[in-house]
Design a protein around this ligand. Structure first.
Ligand code: AQP
Length: 348
């Protein structure tokens, strides 16, 4: 078939629908919170239908201890709710309970091209030098991610900067499907990458993304960290000895300083420009305590609520089950139409 780039656009006039997910591959970090979760809550309040998914099938693309995965999935659900996701207003569920994701993922494996997946930088980073030993799932991950989005005819996906390339691929896959089957069926999704903290960096290395799976716990702030741990990690965060300048351009060669300014801005709902204007001329001896105080004031109530919710995992499982049933009711008919378009015989 011909190249996806030349295909016509996706389903016209699809009503707006928001979908996004986070992997239960560890505890939530400040990066996940500022780059994704905080914005999920804002979108929930925008009046558009919102679906939020704990993408457990993605998590197993690298080895996960089963007991830890189960715990992390429940704790992630608690984190979503504690941060403000209301399971009555948003559809909150874990991916493996809605089998339409994996089923559409298979169809899309057959639409995407090896060359497209081979260009994904996240695969190259995660597989490292030993690519032959990476799981097939890690390679095919972007097709499952495209399915996550497409199986709801999603129009908007709030994500951090690191997911931009995967969403561009999801757009290509939707276009190629529509083109190959001569339909206008899948909408071409819009990534929503906004805010002061679309890429929160490691506290130990300002050129590296803050990540759940970084070997160093000091590189990240976890949503389950207590106030003392948050303050300690900010105090020990790598910085330089210069005071903060009065403009952002002067931070271009100071990634660690820029990162802390961005974090302060995102936590306080200000622009980074406003933060440098406020702290101009001050050193990290005064900026770090101010940042620690702000971070604790935002994160401590979330931490307390996660702990409270984790006291009743039966209730968390019930919420996820109810969310999965609502998600399935949207996804199943779209999957059935997909099977029909592709030419599968279905019971009537
Ligand atoms: N450092 C970050 N800054 C801003 N946004 C971030 N996100 C992740 N890290 C940052 C956003 O969080 C959402 C969920 O990400 P994910 O858990 O599905 O996978 P990830 O991007 O690979 O996150 P991690 O923390 O780095 O997980 P591991 O270590 O397991 O790979 C996405 O919207 C992402 O952009």
């Amino acid at each position: 078939m011909t190249d996806a780039q030349t295909a016509p656009g996706g389903a016209a006039g699809a009503p707006p629908r928001v979908f996004s997910g986070i992997q239960p591959s560890g505890g939530l970090t400040l990066g996940n919170y500022l780059g994704a979760l905080k914005r999920f809550v804002e979108m929930q309040d925008s009046g558009v239908e919102t679906l939020y998914c704990l993408v457990d099938l993605h998590a197993i693309t690298v080895w996960q201890d089963p007991a830890k995965l189960r715990h992390a999935t429940r704790e992630l659900a608690a984190g979503f709710i504690a941060a403000g996701i209301d399971p009555a207003r948003s559809i909150l569920f874990n991916q493996s309970q809605v089998s339409a994701h994996a089923e559409l993922g298979w169809v899309l494996n057959c639409v995407a091209r090896m060359g497209w997946l081979g260009r994904m930088t996240q695969f190259k980073d995660k597989a490292g030098r030993n690519r032959e030993n990476a799981s097939v799932g890690l390679f095919a991950y972007p097709c499952l991610m495209a399915a996550d989005v497409m199986v709801y005819h999603t129009t908007h996906v709030p994500v951090g900067e690191d997911q931009k390339q995967h969403l561009e691929l999801a757009r290509e896959i939707a276009l190629k499907f529509n083109h190959d089957y001569e339909v206008d069926f899948f909408p071409v999704v819009e990534p929503v990458i906004e805010g002061a903290a679309t890429r929160v960096m490691s506290l130990r290395d300002g050129t590296k993304k803050m990540s759940k799976s970084d070997a160093s716990d000091m590189s990240r702030i976890n949503l389950t960290d207590d106030a003392d741990t948050i303050s300690l990690k900010i105090r020990k965060a790598r910085t330089d000895s210069e005071p903060l300048p009065d403009n952002l351009a002067a931070l271009s060669e100071r990634p660690e300083a820029r990162n802390l300014v961005n974090i302060y801005a995102a936590l306080s709902d200000q622009t980074p420009e406003a933060v440098v204007a406020q702290f101009a001329g001050q050193g990290f001896g005064s900026f770090k305590p101010a940042l620690a105080e702000l971070a604790v004031s935002v994160l401590a109530p979330i931490n307390d609520e996660i702990n409270r919710l984790m006291g009743d995992v039966g209730e968390i499982d019930r919420i996820l089950g109810a969310g999965a049933a609502r998600a399935d009711a949207i996804a199943r008919p779209i999957l059935e139409q997909t099977y029909d378009i592709v030419g599968m015989v279905r019971a009537r």
